[in-house]
Design a protein around this ligand. Structure first.
Ligand SMILES: NC(=O)c1ccc[n+]([C@@H]2O[C@H](COP(=O)([O-])OP(=O)(O)OC[C@H]3O[C@@H](n4cnc5c(N)ncnc54)[C@H](OP(=O)(O)O)[C@@H]3O)[C@@H](O)[C@H]2O)c1
Length: 322
């Protein structure tokens, strides 16, 4: 059992009030936008059948990019493909995958590896917020698998291809919610079998894990032309939380949704981070929409990032160097 007191002490002195006040200020800033077209580039977006992913897919298509959307529902993927191809005259292909299933996650990476042309942008957007603990067939807590481990596996298996390309921007749709894991990762209880499960904390842990993995991928990609950055997409209108119970949905509809911004805030910000020349060599950073921001101290812990890397490889049955 890891000692909570030690974890608390480790990060407590690194917290500054100014981080929180800056975050609050940044939350109300309008995101920067980019007007450059993105003709014939290839963009991969996960979770493009609703919310932020759907708006982002349309944004890229409207600027001339071809898409590969990674979705879990065939019927809605066909509808998306037809809508985008008819309206924007670009190609919109899709790969089907449920990110809570290990084999399907691996298959996404294998399908992307088969593509001979360069992938210009990869947006890891798919995510879920659950109020009740669920385990995947592999025994992994579902929010951790969908919001973090799936993006880790895909990035890990693609890293050589991307390095050879000499150019690609990877964007992780992360969240200010990573701050809900204020004392860091609980490696002794990643599946939440020893603690009371809460939606906010499990979501926070998964988003924190993704930020830690960004640090390691950033080290790997130094000097290759490939960049990896994470962003908080704002508190925007989407279908998030739809897998939760009636009480949560009612609370979301009556309370949470009233303070939300249009989803275009997120899609414009994602387009800017993916395309703008301002971000040409920027990597390993966290943005609140388009504003550079310091994440919470546990997200900057290099030793923990190293430990998580090996734990993630283990969970996915991958071996370093693979
Ligand atoms: N909305 C916000 O205010 C907000 C704030 C901070 C961070 N975020 C992050 O933004 C991202 C997008 O969320 P959203 O708000 O747009 O919510 P959303 O409308 O629920 O979209 C989530 C997307 O992820 C897909 N997805 C969920 N579980 C999946 C699984 N097991 N396998 C494959 N795909 C799966 C969904 O597929 P279906 O279309 O089939 O449901 C959907 O396309 C998430 O990473 C979320 O954590 C959102």
């Amino acid at each position: 059992m890891e000692n909570n007191g030690i974890r608390f002490k480790k990060y407590f002195k690194e917290y500054k009030i100014s981080n929180v006040t800056t975050m609050i200020k940044n939350n109300s800033k309008k995101p920067k936008s980019c007007q450059d077209i993105y003709q014939d580039k290839l963009v991969v977006i996960t979770g493009a059948t609703s919310g932020i992913g759907y708006a982002t897919a349309k944004k890229f298509a409207s600027m001339g990019a071809h898409l590969i959307c990674v979705n879990r529902d065939k019927e809605r993927s066909e509808l998306l493909k037809n809508e985008i191809e008819e309206k924007y005259h670009v190609q919109c292909d899709y790969i089907l995958a449920d990110f809570s299933v290990m084999e399907e996650t691996f298959n996404v990476a294998f399908e992307l590896l088969k593509i001979e042309r360069n992938i210009d942008v990869i947006i890891h957007n798919a995510g879920v917020h659950l109020t009740k603990r669920q385990l995947t067939e592999a025994g992994i807590e579902k929010v951790f698998m969908v919001n973090y481990l799936s993006s880790f596996i895909i990035n890990y298996l693609l890293k050589e291809k991307l390095k050879k390309q000499g150019k690609c921007r990877i964007i992780l749709v992360n969240s200010e919610g990573h701050r809900f894991a204020p004392w860091g990762m609980r490696f002794d209880d990643l599946d939440w079998s020893k603690r009371r499960y809460t939606g906010l904390k499990s979501y926070g842990a998964a988003k924190l894990a993704q930020l830690l993995s960004m640090k390691k991928f950033d080290d790997y990609f130094i000097g290759t032309g490939v960049t990896i950055n994470a962003m908080h997409p704002g508190a925007v209108e989407s279908s998030t939380g739809k897998e939760n119970g009636r009480f949560y949905k009612l609370f979301k509809q009556k309370v949470l949704d009233r303070a939300l911004k249009p989803v275009s805030f997120a899609s414009e910000a994602l387009y800017y981070l993916s395309v703008s020349k301002d971000l040409e060599n920027v990597s390993g950073k966290f943005f609140n929409l388009t504003t550079l921001e310091e994440p919470a101290p546990p997200a900057l812990d290099k030793d923990i990032a190293e430990r998580l890397w090996h734990i993630s490889l283990n969970l996915a049955n991958l071996f370093d160097g693979e």
